[in-house]
Design a protein around this ligand. Structure first.
Ligand SMILES: [Zn+2]
Length: 130
């Protein structure tokens, strides 16, 4: 399986390094209002596996499955929307079936799953206000 990882650090249109959502998050981090570990808003990140859940269910435990992740943002200078981070890595099917193996568009994580610390590398856009 091909492992792939790419980060794009400036706007492919105008070259600016200022990003809209990132700058908002950085302000909140600087003021100590959110955790330094948060990379992006939850809606900026798409994660999953390129297989339907039924197919994943048929695989033996320990089977290698590609797992993708994509983060996008908007250029604060010209407004272009572009990918900031793209990656494909090898994940293994485990007994616990981590929720990242669910197809997000088909089956969104439940509230309890989203609140699990393993599933919170991103800032949920509700900011825990719900
Ligand atoms: Zn730009």
């Amino acid at each position: 399986m091909e492992v792939f990882s790419k980060k794009i650090d400036c706007c492919p249109h105008c070259g600016s390094k200022d990003r809209f959502y990132e700058s908002l998050l950085n302000e909140m981090k600087a003021s100590g209002r959110i955790d330094q570990k948060i990379d992006c808003f939850q809606f900026q990140a798409v994660e999953g596996v390129p297989l339907p859940q039924e197919r994943v269910a048929m695989l033996p435990f320990g089977a290698e499955i590609p797992q993708f992740k994509m983060i996008w943002d908007s250029c604060k200078e010209c407004g272009a929307v572009y990918s900031v981070e793209m990656s494909i890595r090898a994940a293994r099917k485990s007994l616990e079936m981590p929720s990242v193996l669910e197809m997000p568009s088909v089956q969104p994580m439940s509230r309890a799953q989203r609140r699990h610390p393993d599933n919170r590398p991103f800032l949920n856009n509700t900011l825990g206000l719900s």
